[in-house]
Ligand binder design. Structure first.
Ligand code: PLP
Length: 235
C-alpha cells in the first residue's frame, strides 16, 4: 500500500514538473495537495511517511476525526478544507485547517472570523468561484467577492488572510471546456489582484486527478489530487 502511494506521488510529481517545463513556468511553482477524503487514517500516515505533508478533506466531521490526532503529533502536517462548509461546522474546521479553500459566501467569512477570534488563530482562505456549468459550489457573482474584499479592507476580518481563488472544472471529457474554466479563474484572479494590490491573492487552486496538467498549463499553483494518489474512493 505504502509502495503504491509512494509510486503514485512520485509519478504525479514528475507529471507536474513536465507540465511546468511545457508551460515555461519555474520548477516548484505548483504544490501538490493530497485529497484523502473517504480514505482511512492509515493511508494518510502512509502518505506522510512518503514525505507528503499537505492534505485536503471536504467533510469537516470526517477530517476532524482523522486529522486531529495526526496534527497534534506532527506540526509539519497541514490540512485544507476543500468542500462546501456549513456554518455549524466552521468551529471544527478552523481548529484543524490552515486554509479554507471553499469560501463561497460572505456569511461564511463572518463565522470564520468569529471562530478564529475565539481560538486566537489566523487562517488563510480562498474564494471558490463557480466556473463550470454542472458544479453547484462557489461564488457565482464576482461582485460578491469584490464586496468581501472590501470588507477585508475595512478591517472586518483581522484573523483571516485572503490568499487567492479555487475552482472545480466541469465534469466533462471536453478538454476545451475544462481549460476554459481554468482560464476564467486565472482572469478573475488577475483582475481582482489588480483591484486589491494590498492583498496577495496569488494562490490559484485548480486541477484534480483528471485535469491537473491542463490546470498547470493555465497557471495553477495548487493541485488537489485524490484518486491518482490513493486510488478510487468507496462511498
Ligand atoms: C474530491 C475532490 C478533489 C480530488 O478529486 P480527484 O478526482 O479524486 O483527484 C479535488 N477537489 C475537490 C474540491 C474535491 O472535492
Amino acid at each position: 500500500m505504502t509502495q503504491n502511494i509512494k509510486n503514485n506521488i512520485a509519478q504525479i510529481q514528475k507529471t507536474i514538473d513536465d507540465a511546468l517545463i511545457k508551460s515555461g513556468r519555474p520548477q516548484g511553482s505548483v504544490v501538490l495537495l493530497a485529497v484523502s477524503k473517504f480514505h482511512p487514517q492509515q493511508e494518510v500516515l502512509d502518505a506522510i511517511n512518503c514525505g507528503q505533508l499537505l492534505f485536503g478533506e471536504n467533510r469537516v466531521q470526517e477530517a476532524y476525526q482523522k486529522f486531529m490526532p495526526i496534527l497534534e503529533q506532527n506540526k509539519n502536517v497541514k490540512l485544507h478544507i476543500i468542500g462546501q462548509l456549513q456554518r455549524n461546522k466552521v468551529k471544527h474546521a478552523v481548529q484543524i485547517a490552515c486554509c479554507i479553500e471553499s469560501v463561497d459566501r460572505i456569511e461564511l467569512l463572518d463565522e470564520i472570523e468569529k471562530q478564529c477570534t475565539a481560538l486566537n488563530k489566523s487562517i488563510d482562505i480562498l474564494f471558490e468561484y463557480h466556473t463550470g456549468e454542472e458544479s453547484k459550489s462557489g461564488f457565482t457573482d464576482k461582485q460578491q467577492i469584490i464586496q468581501a474584499l472590501n470588507n477585508f479592507k475595512q478591517g472586518k476580518y483581522p484573523h483571516i488572510n485572503p490568499a487567492g481563488f479555487m475552482t472545480m472544472a466541469p465534469f466533462t471529457e471536453d478538454k476545451t471546456l475544462i481549460r476554459k474554466s481554468f482560464i476564467t479563474l486565472r482572469e478573475l484572479s488577475k483582475e481582482l489582484q489588480a483591484a486589491f494590490p494590498e492583498y496577495n491573492l496569488n494562490e490559484l487552486s485548480m486541477g484534480m486527478s483528471s485535469d491537473y496538467q491542463i490546470a498547470i498549463e493555465e497557471g495553477s499553483t495548487l493541485v488537489r489530487v485524490g484518486t491518482a494518489i490513493f486510488g478510487p474512493r468507496e462511498y
